[in-house]
Design a protein around this ligand. Sequence first.
Ligand code: AMP
Length: 212
Amino acid sequence: MRLVFIGPPGVGKGTQAKRLQEITGSNVFSTGDILRDAMANGTPLGLEAKRFVESGELVPDEVVNGLIRETLAPLESGFILDGYPRTVAQGRFLESLLTELERPLDAVIEFVLDEETLVRRLSGRRTCSQCGAIFHIEASPSAKGDLCDKCGGSLTIRKDDEPETIRKRLIVYRDQTAPLVGFYKERGAHRAVSAEASPDQVFASLKETLGL
Ligand code: AMP
């Protein structure tokens, strides 16, 4: 399956993408994770992306488009794109890339949730500094407190999950990413899934939407 997941920060796209990967075998590509890895490793991509990511701004389209071309061109299997495209320009780039590769999208899933709940989810999020596992201080705390219960790494607040940056990211989503919903509705590929319920219930609606 070839899917795009769209939704504001904190909506749970990453969690749902990983769960879907387990049952479909489609690879998940999260541009946010790729950029954070590049930043942690100090690669040229990471150095270029750092100031945008840390301030909650979008990394320039050319940079992420290049990354996606490199990722998708050699790929034989299905994929789930988590956090890409994030602007209409990226949506157009992806459309022409997939036309060129003769591998069109099967669906675009928009995860929908109100802003108040998003802010609550993001401000409680903790990320393992070693393995990247995601916890939430209320909804899914680590069994080991401030340490990751999978690898023992210390849990941190992502710099861009701090309150000021959260607000900025939500504005960026509203202004730059939400217009993509109309773009995909026009193409008939758009499906909406409410992200309000528990991760298990959201996953059940996602599967139903995809006919799985
Ligand atoms: P995420 O983990 O998806 O919330 O992404 C974290 C940050 O990475 C975003 O706030 C942006 O700075 C950057 N980023 C991730 N994906 C993209 C994209 N498709 N276009 C531009 N910037 C991106």
